[in-house]
Design a binder for this molecule. Structure first.
Ligand SMILES: Cc1cc2nc3c(=O)[nH]c(=O)nc-3n(C[C@H](O)[C@H](O)[C@H](O)COP(=O)(O)OP(=O)(O)OC[C@H]3O[C@@H](n4cnc5c(N)ncnc54)[C@H](O)[C@@H]3O)c2cc1C
Length: 463
């Protein structure tokens, strides 16, 4: 395998990045020059515009600026080119790396050899080839009247359309000691790099929160030989995300692997070892857990401050319509930061998944190149813990009945119903069932709990 060049940005580099990634000020300078010239700099290689599309909405755009170079932001830029958009694209991200995948950060990246080539969403040549300007900077303000964004580095970027893909940030715990060395969230590559090193020296690990990131991290720490305790406020793991039977499977799985799971317990404070590093966790019942490393996986909150300051509606996410437009038609919001109406939910929801980020990005790119549709993609998600691969299709929210197929707790599927209607399917170690479930849910094939519970019912045809 030929190794791909490492696209990490060099912080503070004043000039164009040799790999096609620039710092914001540099791009803003170019932008101002273009304005003075009264023209838009064409991409180095213009993608072919599909003849069938005709003149598109994007042909009139004075460039697309995407705020946030995560999964949703990157996919917007890539999809715009795939849809034939030939104008300027600036992808502004405030992390000091090129766009990367977050899912491996709590999985293989922690336990494996730390090969970061596996994380990059695309090689740096891709961005050069596609003429996508990746800027390492933070957008600090939006001027909707002038259609510009201000960068922390001092520059100003003009946009024809602005896409907010600002993602989410981990929720902290409002208890004493949260600032101690060794207490951290797991969201970014920078945090994963530190945790990866710390795990190799740690004996005792405490994970606060039995959500997906917390449990995946716990599994990785255990696989590396650490003694692991998970503290969870609710009475089961993944309480917001999966049904009871799947949650029970993960409780059994982690306990079998020797992890201590404490449910219905709350953290009171983190304990100082006297040097500013964490020594343990004290719970509200007075018990103390020793810890060299503590990961807080207490959920995330959408990064909405930029939108709110610009006068856009925010309500647990940047509020958008079915076409992912904010109240300002020149601004879309997508991915983890967006609160959008979903037909299957019948209300506005916010999802934190790769599928959602990619699906949103595709819809916005299509809209900007003249293909309008409402968003209604089937949500799906996956998680890996020890030997279990969980796949979820649909929205389990508010389900009232569970039907289990297969061999619980080793390899099984749980069909989740709301008012006699199939709303989601959770599968553990049964990928064909997951694919079949996606088809069933997308087509809206009618299925009742009674039919599913009949002996001999399977999601996949028996060969
Ligand atoms: C450890 C971990 C494991 C995960 N595992 C899975 C999994 O197995 N399966 C799955 O489906 N999903 C998983 N997810 C969730 C998935 O990664 C996210 O839903 C997805 O990354 C969301 O993409 P996004 O682009 O909306 O947000 P993000 O990936 O958060 O990207 C947003 C980016 O915008 C930047 N930004 C914010 N504000 C500004 C600003 N003002 N200026 C410039 N930049 C800004 C942020 O720094 C960030 O880089 C996981 C997440 C984590 C953290």
């Amino acid at each position: 395998m030929v190794p791909r060049p490492h696209p990490t940005l060099r912080s503070g580099s004043p000039a164009a990045h040799p790999l096609g990634v620039r710092h914001g000020q540099d791009h803003a300078r170019l932008r101002r020059q273009d304005r003075a010239d009264g023209r838009c700099r064409p991409p180095a290689r213009r993608p072919v515009v599909r003849a069938a599309a005709g003149p598109s909405a994007a042909d009139d755009l004075d460039g697309v600026v995407v705020v946030g170079a995560g999964q949703a932001g990157f996919r917007t830029a890539a999809s715009l080119r795939e849809c034939g958009y030939a104008g300027r694209i600036a992808l502004v991200g405030d992390e000091d790396t090129a766009p990367y995948e977050r899912p491996p950060l709590s999985k293989a990246y922690l336990t494996g050899d730390g090969d970061e080539d596996l994380l990059w969403l695309r090689s740096s040549e891709y961005f050069v080839r596609q003429s996508i300007d990746v800027l390492a900077d933070r957008v600090t303000a939006i001027d909707r009247a002038a259609r510009t964004v201000r960068l922390a580095g001092g520059g100003v970027l003009g946009y024809g359309h602005l896409v907010l893909a600002t993602g989410a940030r981990p929720r902290g715990l409002a208890v004493p000691g949260g600032e101690l060395r060794g207490v951290r969230p797991l969201r970014t590559l920078a945090e994963a790099r530190i945790l990866r090193d710390e795990l190799r020296r740690a004996a005792e690990v405490v994970v606060v929160g039995a959500g997906f990131v917390g449990l995946e991290f716990a599994a990785a720490a255990r696989a590396l030989g650490c003694a692991v305790t998970v503290v969870e406020l609710r009475d089961r793991p993944l309480a917001r995300a999966v049904g009871e039977r799947t949650a029970e499977h993960f409780t059994l799985l982690h306990r079998r692997q020797g992890t201590r799971l404490l449910f219905g317990r709350r953290v009171a404070r983190f304990l100082d070892d006297g040097t500013g590093a964490v020594a343990g966790v004290e719970l509200t019942d007075g018990s103390r857990l020793p810890a060299d490393v503590v990961v807080v996986g207490a959920g995330v909150e959408p990064r909405t401050e930029l939108a709110a300051a610009a006068g856009l509606e925010v309500d647990d996410g940047i509020v958008v319509d079915a076409r992912l437009r904010t109240g300002d038609p020149a601004i879309s919001a997508i991915g983890d930061c967006a609160a959008f109406p979903h037909p299957a939910a019948g209300r506005r929801i916010r999802l934190e998944s790769v599928q959602n980020a990619v699906g949103h990005a595709r819809l916005v790119a299509e809209r900007l190149t003249g293909q309008e549709r409402d968003y209604g993609d089937l949500p799906w998600f996956w998680s890996e813990q020890f030997s279990s691969t969980l796949q979820i299709a649909g929205l389990a929210d508010g389900h009232d009945t569970e039907v289990v197929l297969g061999e619980w707790p080793e390899a099984f599927s749980v069909l989740l119903f709301r008012a006699d209607r199939l709303v989601a399917v959770e599968t553990v170690n049964r990928p064909p069932d997951h694919m079949a479930a996606r088809r069933l849910l997308t087509k809206g094939v009618p299925l009742t709990p009674a039919t599913a519970a009949e002996g001999g019912f399977t999601l996949t045809p028996v060969p």
